[in-house]
Design a protein around this ligand. Structure first.
Ligand SMILES: *[C@@H]1O[C@H](CO)[C@@H](O)[C@H](O)[C@H]1NC(C)=O
Ligand SMILES: *[C@@H]1O[C@H](CO)[C@@H](O)[C@H](O)[C@H]1NC(C)=O
Ligand SMILES: *[C@@H]1O[C@H](CO)[C@@H](O)[C@H](O)[C@H]1NC(C)=O
Length: 412
């Protein structure tokens, strides 16, 4: 028997070492990705308390609860919530907010909205208390969907009715509407809405502040004497997008939400998007690295003082090649010969930072996407993808909240 044991041990030892390493990695990932459960429980509770106070103190309120998207990406849910909150305010109704559904953690994993954005949770009520103020017998159920062009006005008309409690049965701000010119009618008032009501939670603002401090990035809204370098932000949307873009090309789809605004046509990098020419759809939706570099050059060429670039990307353990693309871009953008050949007046980028450099602590993983959006909004120049809801959210914040300029945006 002894010889067998010796043989086994030789095989077993490396195996044990490997298992130990794997356990440590898994444990680390578990801790890093573990949601802040206690914070979320507290916030759900304070949302319910605040809502109860509001319904008990006021008389004559009218309420509206919408059928919301559940489980798409953060920005898809966020943009819809902001549009619904805006619609409720425009018709003097109290918005009944719902939690976000955090898709990576399952189809019913909900997280409190106030952990992310506080605008739509102020002066509004949580769906948890909706029954108390609007018992089923007092609810009028309505359907709002009509032709896209008339959609906004029709929704305003119906929700302006006297009925105290309205529940909307259909998803009015669906994908097709969000890509249609019908959305444009909302922009003038939505811009004001963003200015007056858009607010990140303190959790998000703290991480953004920490990131700017550690990466030495200065907001375009801070005085020039503030510490840090002014920077350009580039949103690289890759991950699962390649297949998604092929689908969009086959089904002849154009940009989403605010990237379709006529006032932004001048920001769109050539070629002109022709939804019946798949080559142009792919060029915009899943551009080659060369085309992305051209888009950066287009903005960098005449801005010699702008020598720092931050890249927001979706590289992750399941999309590792995105990191390789990031390194290739960073390599070119910091190369003096390359920048010279491109005609950059001030030389290449001196520093390129990216999403993986953002100092996220344990329990903060859920807020990383909001941090990316806000870093895009605070950059001096923003380069983004017209098919991405993250990019279009950045554009809305720049043009709405901060009075940003169209010239400082490029949609590749
Ligand atoms: C999610 O919730 C719905 C409604 O409560 C339920 O029917 C469904 O089974 C749940 N799904 C999972 C995966 O728990
Ligand atoms: C971060 O917050 C601190 C305290 O409010 C402030 O003094 C500092 O300027 C902020 N840093 C940045 C980069 O905004
Ligand atoms: C599609 O667009 C590309 C790029 O602009 C162009 O070269 C090509 O000729 C177009 N194809 C058709 C069929 O129009």
């Amino acid at each position: 028997m002894p010889p067998t044991i010796t043989l086994n041990w030789r095989v077993l030892r490396p195996l044990l070492v490997l298992l130990t390493v794997i356990s440590f990695v898994l444990y680390y990932l578990y801790l890093a990705y573990k949601p802040p459960t206690i914070l979320y429980t507290d916030l759900f509770q304070s949302e319910a308390e605040g809502s109860k106070k509001l319904i008990h103190n006021e008389i004559g309120n009218r309420y509206v609860k919408f059928k919301q998207l559940q489980g798409a990406g953060f920005n898809n849910q966020a943009q819809e919530i902001l549009l619904y909150h805006h619609l409720a305010l425009q018709t003097s109704r109290i918005y009944v907010y719902q939690p976000l559904i955090w898709r990576p953690r399952g189809e019913n994993a909900s997280v409190p909205l106030s952990a992310f954005m506080t605008g739509p949770t102020e002066g509004t009520i949580s769906e948890a208390v909706f029954d108390e103020v609007c018992p089923p017998s007092e609810i009028e159920y309505v359907t709002l969907g009509v032709d896209y062009i008339d959609q906004w006005k029709h929704a305003l008309d119906i929700l302006s009715r006297k009925q105290r409690c309205i529940v909307v049965n259909d998803k009015v701000f669906n994908w097709n509407f969000l890509a249609s010119p019908g959305l444009h009618a909302i922009w003038p008032t939505f811009q004001t809405y963003i200015h007056n009501h858009f607010k990140w939670s303190q959790n998000v603002l703290d991480i953004v502040n920490r990131t700017q401090t550690e990466l030495n990035l200065r907001s375009r809204l801070s005085p020039a004497t503030t510490q840090g370098d002014s920077y350009m932000a580039l949103h690289l949307r890759r991950g699962d997008f390649e297949d998604h873009c092929k689908f969009l090309a086959e089904t002849h789809q154009g940009f989403t939400t605010w990237a379709t605004l006529p006032s932004l046509t001048s920001t769109i990098f050539s070629p002109t998007l022709d939804t019946y020419n798949a080559t142009t759809v792919m060029a915009h939706c899943y551009p080659s690295l060369w085309r992305i570099l051209d888009a950066v050059s287009h903005q960098a060429r005449d801005r010699p003082h702008l020598r720092t670039l931050h890249i927001m990307h979706d590289g992750a353990w399941d999309h590792p090649l995105v990191y390789l693309q990031y390194y290739k871009l960073a390599e070119a953008l910091t190369n003096s010969d390359w920048a010279h050949r491109q005609g950059w007046a001030g030389g290449p980028m001196l520093r390129v930072t990216h999403s993986a450099d953002v100092p996220i602590k344990w329990g903060e993983r859920d807020f990383a996407v909001c941090t990316d959006v806000e870093l895009g909004a605070r950059a001096e120049v923003f380069i983004g993808n017209g098919y991405s809801s993250l990019s279009t959210q950045v554009i809305a914040l720049r043009l709405g909240a901060d009075g940003g300029k169209v010239d400082d945006i490029t949609i590749y």
